[in-house]
Design a protein around this ligand. Structure first.
Ligand SMILES: Cc1cc2nc3c(=O)[nH]c(=O)nc-3n(C[C@H](O)[C@H](O)[C@H](O)COP(=O)(O)OP(=O)(O)OC[C@H]3O[C@@H](n4cnc5c(N)ncnc54)[C@H](O)[C@@H]3O)c2cc1C
Length: 434
């Protein structure tokens, strides 16, 4: 087979698709605008170990990712850990790992706690998401867990994840979160298990990249593509491709909004549908500290006056082996139009650190050995009601041009597992048509 495919985007979806295609003898070139592959799962170098720019763990149910790790001989690197979680609410930290923690969670009445617990438990066994499609998360949570539970916990959480679109989020999204977290508990509902790759998920990205290039594929970094053009005798050229290569097929793996903004033969209707999909950006401050802040891995901040929604102490999950510092992330989802997104990294860091001092009044900036702010303009698709009608198809209206992006992961939510599944699905589709 001598066909060639131009893949735009070297995240996990693009790399998985490239890997599947080269293994079938298709020649591929991956174009990544960033200096390193991996997209949202890309890493930075801490000297002794790699660390994801944005916090990452996996779930026991992440079948596609785990199968790929096995195929690449990386499965022995995956370790499983029991997280300790907490919630920050009413200016206090409450443990929030087990059903017992929920029962002891005094900011809500006992009746609300029981209803919330039953809802999260029952969600795990629901298979058909269709009945939830017409409801918003807000209405569903109020109906099923009660007004108090919604106001105390879920409203601030939805607001901090989805900002001004919080009230539009579909019940399918929150149901799926309950289901996923439930599944990661297995048979013992008191014990959650989360996975992490020894040495970081950079191992997976670099192994995939290595397999692609060893099989003859090309990965071009620092190579933004600004347009996709149909050639008169069939196939595509890509604006930004340094040597004017021609491709039989083109695959875009960024967000639909990014594809809509490129110079392409897509018609106005398709572009409008793609650009009208909503997504949130993410601001993630990574701190390397000389000491831990707490003994929790995951702290959910359910208080809107704090400028971030999560505090993640990575080294509290995976231990300190090879890490030169205690690793903490502070994460916030925003709209690209929000004032905070427009601020400089330095200003955002100052705002986040003020917030951190409110959660941990003893926190001292002198504990920081290094800090890094990462920005992801398209970090989280907003799953609105009846999203199944909005999901763009993998095959665009332009023959031979494909789209495989996080916005097509549904009813599940975006994640590395689904990037691997989608990369495989789109590669299969391309192979069928070549
Ligand atoms: C804060 C945060 C935390 C997360 N935590 C987890 C977690 O714990 N577990 C988990 O499984 N998943 C997690 N995820 C999600 C996971 O990282 C993503 O689902 C997955 O990496 C998406 O891969 P992708 O290839 O589909 O998209 P992306 O990673 O977004 O890759 C798309 C790539 O396309 C490139 N691109 C776009 N336009 C162009 C262009 N014109 N030219 C060239 N290149 C272009 C981009 O630079 C990017 O590298 C998290 C994500 C975020 C933001």
């Amino acid at each position: 087979m001598s066909s060639c495919v131009g893949i735009i985007g070297g995240g996990l979806t693009g790399l998985t698709a490239a890997y599947r295609l080269v293994k079938k003898g298709v020649s591929v070139t991956v174009f990544e605008q960033a200096a390193e592959p991996g997209g949202l799962a890309a890493s930075m170098d801490l000297g002794t170990v790699s660390l994801e720019r944005f916090y990452h763990h996996i779930f026991t149910s992440d079948k596609y990712l785990l199968d790929l790790c096995r195929e690449l001989g990386l499965d022995s690197l995956v370790g499983w850990f029991e997280p300790r979680n907490a919630i920050f609410i009413d200016n206090r930290l409450y443990p929030f790992t087990s059903p017992m923690d929920l029962l002891r969670f005094t900011p809500m009445s006992l009746a609300s706690r029981i209803r919330t617990g039953l809802l999260t438990l029952a969600s795990r066994f629901v298979r058909d998401y269709k009945p939830f499609e017409s409801q918003t998360a807000k209405d569903w949570l109020i109906k099923r867990a009660g007004e108090q539970s919604y106001r105390k916990v879920w409203e601030p959480l939805l607001a901090s994840k989805f900002d001004r679109d919080a009230d539009l989020v579909s019940a399918v999204w929150i149901w799926n979160k309950f289901k996923l977290r439930g599944a990661s508990r297995g048979r013992n509902i008191n014990r959650e298990k989360l996975g992490y790759m020894k040495g970081g998920f950079a191992q997976l990205i670099s192994k995939l990249s290595e397999e692609i290039t060893e099989a003859g594929g090309i990965i071009r970094l620092n190579c933004p593509i600004s347009g996709i053009r149909c050639l008169p005798d069939g196939g595509f050229s890509l604006d930004g491709c340094p040597d004017g290569e021609k491709f039989d097929r083109a695959l875009f793996t960024g967000s639909p909004q990014q594809l809509a903004a490129l110079d392409t033969p897509l018609d106005a209707g398709q572009r409008r549908m793609m650009s009208e999909l909503k997504a949130k950006a993410n601001l993630c401050l990574n701190l390397e500290l000389d000491r831990p802040l707490s003994d929790y891995y995951w702290i959910t901040v359910a208080q809107r006056d704090i400028p971030f929604v999560l505090i993640i102490e990575h080294t509290n999950l995976v231990g300190m082996d090879n890490y030169p510092s205690h690793v903490v992330y502070l994460s916030r989802y925003v709209d690209q139009q929000d004032a905070i997104w427009q601020k400089s990294d330095h200003e955002i860091e100052a705002i986040f650190l003020d917030g951190l001092s409110r959660v941990f009044p003893g926190f001292d900036r002198a504990w920081i050995k290094r800090s890094t702010l990462s920005r992801a303009p398209y970090a989280q698709p907003v799953i609105t009601r009846h999203y199944s009608r909005l999901v763009p198809s993998i095959k665009t209206a332009v023959d031979g041009l494909y789209l495989a992006s996080m916005a097509q992961i549904y009813p599940e939510d975006r994640g590395m597992n689904y990037a691997v599944r989608l990369g495989t699905t789109v590669a299969d589709e391309i192979l069928r048509e070549l």
